[in-house]
Design a protein around this ligand. Structure first.
Ligand SMILES: Cc1cc2nc3c(=O)[nH]c(=O)nc-3n(C[C@H](O)[C@H](O)[C@H](O)COP(=O)(O)OP(=O)(O)OC[C@H]3O[C@@H](n4cnc5c(N)ncnc54)[C@H](O)[C@@H]3O)c2cc1C
Length: 506
């Protein structure tokens, strides 16, 4: 494995060690931070993650899985099977309490994956351990000072790190966001839930229960001993850490008993606070994941949003750091990802409202469920939750423009290949589906792969349906289409320069 290119600078006056530099420092090694580290390492960027936990182990199960587009982006990098092997697929997405069938979606992964976040993080940590990523565990970012060329990142122990860019993947309470002075507008919490893993002496009722306060659930974990408890509190809980006693009282209120809870391994509280960073970038500092957006976990979209933020940002930041693209490319990160999270936030607020169950809300749930059983609303809602309908605004044109490239079965000179297999190394791809040898992209050949291929099947996009077949597509490393050919090369040089930097002189 290639060693990361960390450089230690010497102060020539006295020879003492001054500062360790990395091209990019990521604060926080949760799902968003680890995904971003992988993307940067694949692009050969010297990247370091600073994580305050002693290792990747997450106490408590936390999120319960992710959705189809997240499985696809992991598939693009060749690691989806590692997650699929440990999780359970469900050919459905949830909106509030309504189950949305998505088995007819045109994707290799027409399902969501149930897998606990501590498993997800273990698998991600094993993956980035195979890549040249520096990780500083048991180390906390305590502040930073940015200037025109980068940031000095202060740590809880040891010397500061110097970085050309600092990315805050440090969760909802992000120190990076606060220290950068980035506004976090939104909605204050109106209700809170306790979530815990405990042992119980009494038998428990299975499944989910709804009442006027919200949703409650008891789920026996795989070890057969531990029960995962989610219970909505009668009043908004305080910001202090919850105790076993708080949990017992909340259970008695809902179930009439605390089931003899004991031996907790994890007790936490989450709320329906819904906020989004006003800007995802302040000069040399960027935000991704929960640092950029927080919301109630209804619909289970937080982790997926963060992983996809990272996949959108990774290749852009790599190109800027490597000098391939101007810094302005980074502005497209906010432009593309902010609207996606804003829409998800709105939907989680709607879903959270549908989880409260008095007679009036029940009437609303019935109406929504009836509508969602119709084809178009079902597809539209499932498209949003799965992330399969994401459409970055890259202008007018063919329906593929700005949308995800489907994972087609291609025939190439090297034999049959899936599109996603061509994205393994996170490199851009010009896929020529017309006359072989029809394209010459020599001025970008050091950055963009050119593959002649044929594809005989139908072109179909989730939600949108069947579309006309293009003759060529320019695919970004994140799997989104940046240019579509219709038999001519019109606009291709512009698209190549916009997304992958100016042409190299002959
Ligand atoms: C009960 C519950 C259920 C959920 N269910 C789902 C679900 O089913 N599906 C889904 O998609 N999402 C779900 N979510 C949301 C999901 O857990 C989060 O969206 C996800 O963890 C965000 O990932 P992240 O990497 O952005 O942040 P985090 O996971 O919060 O990671 C941040 C990391 O930064 C570290 N850190 C923080 N500050 C510093 C610092 N100053 N210096 C160094 N390190 C620091 C932390 O230790 C942590 O490892 C759920 C959340 C909860 C609470």
């Amino acid at each position: 494995m290639e060693e990361p290119n960390a450089r230690v600078f010497l102060d020539v006056s006295d020879g003492s060690v001054a500062m360790t530099e990395h091209a990019v420092v990521i604060a926080g090694g949760g799902p968003a931070g680890m995904m971003l580290a992988a993307e940067l390492a694949l692009a050969k960027v010297d990247v370091a993650v600073v994580e305050r936990r002693p290792n990747h182990v997450l106490v408590g199960s936390r999120a319960g899985g992710f959705h189809s587009r997240t499985i696809e982006v992991l598939d693009q990098r060749g690691v989806a099977d590692r997650f699929l092997a440990e999780g359970q697929v469900a050919q459905a997405a949830m909106f509030g309490t309504t189950v949305l069938d998505m088995s007819d979606f045109p994707t290799r992964h027409p399902y969501s994956l149930g897998i606990w976040q501590n498993q997800i993080e273990r698998i991600m940590a094993a993956w980035i351990a195979e890549l040249p990523v520096h990780i500083y565990y048991r180390c906390e970012v305590t502040g930073f000072a940015q200037d025109d060329t980068g940031a000095d990142v202060r740590l809880s122990d040891g010397e500061p790190l110097r970085a050309q860019y600092l990315v805050g993947c440090d969760g909802g309470r992000s120190l990076i966001r606060k220290a950068a002075g980035i506004e976090f507008p939104g909605w204050d919490p109106t209700r809170s839930n306790l979530v815990a893993e405990v042992e119980m002496t009494e038998e428990t009722p299975r499944g989910i229960r709804h009442d006027a306060t919200g949703v409650h659930g008891l789920h026996r974990m795989e070890d057969g001993r531990t029960v995962r408890v989610v219970v909505t509190e009668q009043q908004l809980g305080p910001s202090s850490e919850p105790t076993l006693r708080d949990l017992g009282e909340a259970l008695i209120t809902v179930y009439g008993t605390d089931f003899g809870i004991h031996n907790p391994t994890w007790i936490s509280r989450f709320t329906d606070m819904t906020r989004q960073a006003a800007a995802y970038r302040d000069r040399r500092v960027l935000l991704a994941g929960d640092a950029a957006h927080v919301h109630y976990p209804a619909g289970g979209q937080g982790l997926s949003l963060g992983v996809q933020d990272a996949v959108n940002l990774g290749w852009k930041l790599a190109q800027v750091v490597n000098g391939t693209s101007p810094e302005s490319l980074l502005d497209t990160y906010h432009a593309e990802r902010h609207p996606v999270a804003a829409r998800a936030l709105k939907h989680t607020m709607a879903q959270a409202a549908l989880q409260r169950r008095d007679d009036r809300i029940q009437a609303l749930v019935d109406v929504v469920s009836e509508l969602a059983s119709m084809d178009e609303p079902r597809k539209r809602l499932a498209g949003i939750i799965s992330g399969l309908d994401i459409h970055y605004d890259l202008g007018e044109g063919h329906p593929l423009l700005g949308r995800r490239m489907p994972d087609l079965d291609l025939i190439t000179a090297d034999g049959p290949l899936r599109v996603f297999e061509l994205l393994r190394d996170a490199r851009p791809l010009l896929l020529n589906l017309g006359q072989p040898g029809d394209f010459d992209i020599t001025p970008w050949a050091d950055r963009v792969q050119l593959i002649d291929a044929s594809y005989k099947g139908e072109w179909e996009l989730p939600v949108r349906g069947v579309i006309s077949a293009p003759t060529a597509v320019l695919i970004r490393p994140d799997g989104y289409v940046a240019w579509v050919g219709d038999g001519t090369h019109l606009g291709l040089p512009d698209a190549l320069a916009t997304w992958f930097g100016p042409p190299t002189a002959a």
